[in-house]
Design a protein around this ligand. Sequence first.
Ligand code: ADP
Ligand code: AMP
Length: 209
Amino acid sequence: MNLVFLGPPGAGKGTIAALAKERLDIPHISTGDLFRAAIKNETELGKQVKSILASGELVPDSVTVAMVRERFLLKDTDNGFILDGFPRTIAQADSLAEMKFIDHVVNFELGREEIVKRLSGRRMCKSTGRIYHIIYNPPKVEGIDDETNEPLIQREDDKEEAILNRLEVYDRQTAPLIEYYEKKGLLRNIDAKGAPESVLAQMLEAIGR
Ligand code: ADP
Ligand code: AMP
């Protein structure tokens, strides 16, 4: 099953994708994670996008589409995938339509106040990308990853100024995709407010699983 997870930053797409990929046995492809890995590994791509990610702006469509196209060359995507954070513009969605058939676009709906709470409390293990929240999903030992014992970090773009910019970028460039996919009959709205297990259950129901 080929899935797209759509929704504002902080709506819980990555958290639910991490649970759903086990259930559905398909890979989770997060363009944000791919960019962060490139930055960490100091690749050419990483150098090119580092300041863009820190500011919360979008990486140019050509660069992002090329990265996704390359990811699709790996055979693990042949039996399905969860795309998380892609597409984020109409141009990216048009490119995706040329690359892959999409079964469902799951739209995570969440109010602004809750989004800001989720983003400002998000913490991450830099090496594995595992996501926590200081209140909603804290690690066993404060500030330390449960598995790797490494210190957790706060993403540069989860600091207040970047959060506000990212929400503006979402409204301007990504929110139009809701209507785009609605018109194609692919949109499945879910309420992202509840606990992760309940959001996961809604998501599975929305895609007929
Ligand atoms: P996205 O991938 O949409 O940007 P994340 O999955 O990274 O969002 O979640 C953002 C923050 O909210 C993280 O700190 C995560 O632990 C927390 N979170 C995710 N889903 C829920 C939920 N259903 N209830 C409470 N907190 C959540
Ligand atoms: P995310 O982890 O999805 O919140 O993405 C983090 C950042 O990576 C975004 O704020 C953008 O700078 C960049 N990014 C991720 N996905 C895309 C995309 N599809 N198009 C452009 N930029 C992206």
